[in-house]
Write a protein that binds this ligand. Structure first.
Ligand code: AMP
Ligand code: MN
Ligand code: MN
Ligand code: MN
Length: 289
């Protein structure tokens, strides 16, 4: 199909969640790197959308509003991207406010968990890296631990401290997968399962069980091409998208020029035998021009 030469990126983060760039710099960078259709998908937060829409319009870049909702399936945390949402719709905005409130409690508990292993002051340390005080994530704790010399890399922080079973990790009840999907639909958007290969589904029936449940819950699509996947996984999730009749999406999950695995524009295009999540969006018409 013709859109294959144009770059689509429907998953990235700004300083409103755990990205390091301002919305203005993020959108400008995407434009510079040749992106034609973009969505801003901050974690549990839509405060950057108006600015992102304006900046995209100023640069002649097609934009759809997005969000990445922290949710759970069978006690495992999963991320669901909502695309082409109405970011002002109240079912969605009240759900996101609730999630941000629980994040604040969680950040406090994480800090206590670190204090219990002799690492005090972690909340203040993380907060100094979180420009949005409502949105403190593990990423902010990790940046603090890297910059203060405790760990050599973000990956090291997660594997030593912040994964399930590690000393700085606390279990957290996120909203259900169903609630996240329903609220995205209430806001007129499409629900896309983010970076599916990242989930540890081996004791839960494997990725096909997760994708089947997601489709049965009304989920619309899945990220097939994303930075967390390697080439065999692109093929694996392409096949699963077709099997469960899910639309396919592409997202770099870009967070920072220093930390991200891929740059804007570096991911491959979707294979033409997949139906893109943007297939009927007016904002995607630029791809066919
Ligand atoms: P939270 O939403 O607070 O649980 O934090 C999750 C965020 O941590 C993700 O959105 C990623 O940005 C980041 N993250 C998760 N695992 C890793 C890792 N191994 N290395 C670097 N960043 C990670
Ligand atoms: Mn993140
Ligand atoms: Mn995610
Ligand atoms: Mn993300």
């Amino acid at each position: 199909m013709f859109q294959m030469n144009r770059v689509v990126d429907l998953h990235c983060h700004s300083r409103y969640s755990d990205g390091t760039l301002t919305v203005g710099d993020l959108i400008a960078l995407a434009k510079l790197r040749g992106v034609s259709l973009i969505s801003l998908t901050d974690h549990d937060e839509v405060s950057g959308i108006v600015e992102a829409r304006e900046q995209s319009a100023a640069l002649n870049l097609s934009f759809v509003a997005g969000v990445e909702i922290s949710s759970e399936w069978r006690d495992m945390s999963i991320h669901i991207v909502g695309l082409r949402i109405d970011e002002t719709e109240s079912t969605l905005t009240s759900l996101l406010s609730r999630i941000r409130e629980t994040r604040s409690v969680r950040a406090q508990r994480m800090s206590e968990a670190f204090a219990n292993v002799g690492m005090p002051g972690m909340l203040a340390g993380a907060a100094a890296y979180a420009p949005n005080p409502d949105l403190v994530s593990r990423t902010h704790f990790a940046r603090h631990l890297v910059d203060s010399g405790v760990c050599g890399s973000m990956g090291e922080v997660f594997s030593r401290f912040m994964k399930p079973g590690k000393p700085g990790y606390v279990a957290h009840a996120w909203v259900s997968m169903q609630t996240a999907i329903d609220s995205i639909h209430a806001a007129g958007g499409r629900a896309v399962l983010a970076h599916p290969a990242r989930y540890e589904t081996q004791f839960l029936g494997g990725p096909s069980t997760l994708l089947k449940s997601f489709a049965e819950a009304g989920g619309d699509g899945v990220e097939v091409v994303c930075a967390s996947h390697n080439p065999p996984e692109w093929a694996q999730y392409a096949a699963l998208a077709r099997r469960f009749n899910l639309l396919a999406s592409i997202g770099s999950d870009f967070h920072s020029p220093m930390e991200s695995r891929v740059k804007f524009g570096d991911l491959p295009r979707l294979s033409p035998n997949l139906k893109p999540v943007w297939h009927d969006w007016p904002e995607a018409e630029c791809l066919y021009a």
